[in-house]
Design a protein around this ligand. Sequence first.
Ligand SMILES: [Zn+2]
Length: 310
Amino acid sequence: MERPTGLTEPGGEARAERARPGRAWTRFAPAPTGYLHLGHVANAIYAWGMAASSGARVLLRIEDHDRERSRAAYADAILDDLAWLGFVPDGGPVHQRESPAPYVAAVDRLRGAGLVYACDCTRSTLATWAAAHGHPWRGPGCPGGCRERALADDPSLTLRVALGAGEESWEDRLLGPRSGAVTVAGDLPIRDRAGNWTYALCVVVDDLRQGIDLVIRGEDLAEATPAQIRLGRLLGRSQPPAFAHHPLIRKSNGAKLSKADGDTGVRELRAAGRSAEAVIGEAVAEVGLLPEPRAMTAAEVGQLFTGMSG
Ligand SMILES: [Zn+2]
C-alpha cells in the first residue's frame, strides 16, 4: 500500500527520536474541556501504574481537537493538577491543535481510497431513525444513506469514513479477548459540522504517528475500539496497539462521572485540603484496585500492577 505524505509508519519521526528497544509507549490524553476529576485520576493510575510495572513510558497528549470546547486555561490547570498529583510524563505535553497537518494527510489518504463521504444527517435525522426502528443506528454507513447520495463536500456537513464490514478483535490486557463489529455505531465521523477533526480521527492518527503501543482507557470506550482498529488499518497500521480498558468510577446512581461533578474535581479536593496521596488512594479504591482507600504516591501505583504482563 502506498504511504501517505505526512503520515509515517507506526511511530514515524517521533518514534525514531524516542525509540529505545523494548520500551513501549502508552499515553495519558485528557481533553482540555474541563478540569481533572477523580475519573481522570483513575485513568492516570492505570496509565502510570501499568507503564511502571512493564517498563513502558507515558506520553502526555492534550486532546484539544475541538476548537470550540477546548480552553487553554483548562489545559494549564490539567498540567498543574497532574504535577500536584505527582504523575510525571516521559514525553509531552503534545497538543493536537499545534499540528493539524497529520489529520489533513490522513483524510487525504482516505479520500484517495474513495472512503470519505459527506453526510447531512443531523441529530434529528438520527433521532427520527431511532424512533422509527426502536433502536439507534447500528450498521454500515449512516441512517440517511449519504455515501450513495454522493453529496458535495460542504464545510457545514459531517465527513465520515466508510469502514467496511466485519469485525475486529483484540486481546485486552484487562478484559481478555474481545471482538466487535466495526460499524456498531455506523461509519465514523472524521470531521464534525463545526469543521473540527473528530476525536475518533485524531486519536487513531496520533496513536499511529506517536508510536503508541498500549492504549489504556476507560471501559466505556471498548465498544468504539473495533472501529478505531479498522480506521488504523485503513491508515496503514498493520499491527494495532494493545488495549487495556479499565473500570470507570461511577456515581452512586451508576452514571459515569462528568466534569459537572464538582465534588470529585481535583481542584476542589485540593482546595478542601486533601493530599495528593489521599486523592490517589480514593481513586484506587473507587475502581476496585484495592478494597479500601489507601493513601499512596503516584510513584507507588506501579505496585498495584506487579505480576501483570505488559
Ligand atoms: Zn448521513
